[in-house]
Write a protein that binds this ligand. Structure first.
Ligand code: AOF
Ligand code: ZN
Length: 333
């Protein structure tokens, strides 16, 4: 299952509206003979990709899949039937498919005499590669992460507006690796005008990662045609609105969305209860003056404070990465 999870991680950001699923086929002796992951929409599901690699060696073997094999004719044929036809003897999967149109694969496999085990490493998969897709299945909207980098004194830019390199090189590398697995990155027009960000995912050598998320610019101010965000490195969507629900509606077929800035956009998403996870990079540096990560989150008094629960704390180089989820999810659950 760890191998299947790794395979699925590599296709994150390339499969939506389908889930990034991973599959591994073992032959009858327990040797790995096929590894596959969901192809872009219209392409093979993970099981079929792995079975194709395994060929005849799948007969009498075992399939390990991060999601219950599907049972329907959608854009492709049912994976449960493909596993039956390939003659596998056992199937282990992590998470039940919540999509009513596709579920039922486990029963179909059992009816064909295959030993089926569900729930293998289910929490790792549900909180990991399938988190955003499962969230959209449950709520009907994308999973939204709000990411920011701040100094020890809570500043996201210095007094003169300069903001590059608050956090260290390790944090920047991590941000780029994360970007390459996203479906969309959202910023406000204010951030585009102030910082002219490129919003691409770059590899450690500075070149562009093979997969680029959709760049989304939100707001009513004009974006100059020379803005880096409008170049050909990745697709870009301009949304002339401030309205959080309009932004989410425009991204309804995306699973994994990141809010990158600035403070007005973050405030609007927080006030609307539409942040599902926070990634706060805190750097050991003091700026003493300058902007903050959030403006206007609708908090007037301490009892209205938006509170979060710690999911993890990681050190990244000299920085600390706090990963948080809302304590009292309003719309997110
Ligand atoms: C699997 N393996 O790798 C994936 C599955 O329209 P389709 O045919 O592409 O089907 C999409 C649905 O199939 C999707 O909503 C989900 O329920 C399931 N995805 N199932 O067995 C896979 N990606
Ligand atoms: Zn399938």
């Amino acid at each position: 299952m760890r191998l299947a999870i790794d395979a699925s991680q590599r296709v994150r950001g390339t499969t939506s509206p389908n889930p990034p699923v991973g599959a591994v086929i073992l032959d009858a002796a327990g040797e790995v003979v096929g590894i596959g992951a969901t192809r872009p929409p219209g392409g093979s599901h993970a099981e079929v990709a792995a079975l194709t690699e395994a060929g005849e060696r799948a007969r009498g073997g075992t399939a390990v899949v991060t999601l219950e094999p599907c049972n329907h004719w959608g854009r492709t044929g049912p994976c449960a039937q493909a596993l039956i036809d390939a003659g596998v003897a056992a199937v282990h999967y992590a998470v039940d498919d919540p999509n009513p149109a596709a579920s039922g694969g486990a029963d179909r496999l059992r009816d064909a005499g295959i030993t089926v085990t569900g729930g293998t490493l289910a929490a790792d998969v549900a909180h990991g590669p399938l988190r955003a897709w499962l969230h959209r299945q449950r709520t009907g909207r994308p999973h939204v992460t709000w990411k920011f980098a701040a100094s020890l004194d809570g500043r996201t830019a210095a007094a003169d507006g300069t903001s590059q390199w608050i956090t260290g090189p390790e944090s920047r590398a991590r941000v780029h690796a994360d970007r390459a697995r996203l479906d969309a990155i959202v910023v406000g027009t204010g951030t585009v005008l102030a910082d002219d960000p490129w919003l691409t995912a770059r590899l450690p050598d500075g070149s562009l990662a093979p997969h680029q998320p959709l760049r989304v610019v939100v707001g009513t101010r004009d974006v100059p045609s020379t803005a880096k965000v409008l170049d050909a490195a990745a697709p870009t969507l301009l949304l002339r609105t401030h309205d959080v629900s309009e932004v989410l509606a425009a991204l309804a077929d995306r699973d994994d969305v990141l809010i990158e800035g600035g403070p007005t956009l973050a405030g609007a998403f927080l006030a609307a209860g539409c942040i599902d996870r926070v990634q706060a990079y805190v750097a050991p540096v003091v700026l003493g003056a300058g902007s903050h990560a959030v403006e206007g989150a609708g908090v007037g008094t301490i009892t209205e404070a938006l509170r979060f629960r710690r999911e993890s704390v990681d050190t990244v180089g000299d920085d600390v990465l706090l990963t948080l989820v809302p304590k009292d999810p309003t719309r997110s659950e």
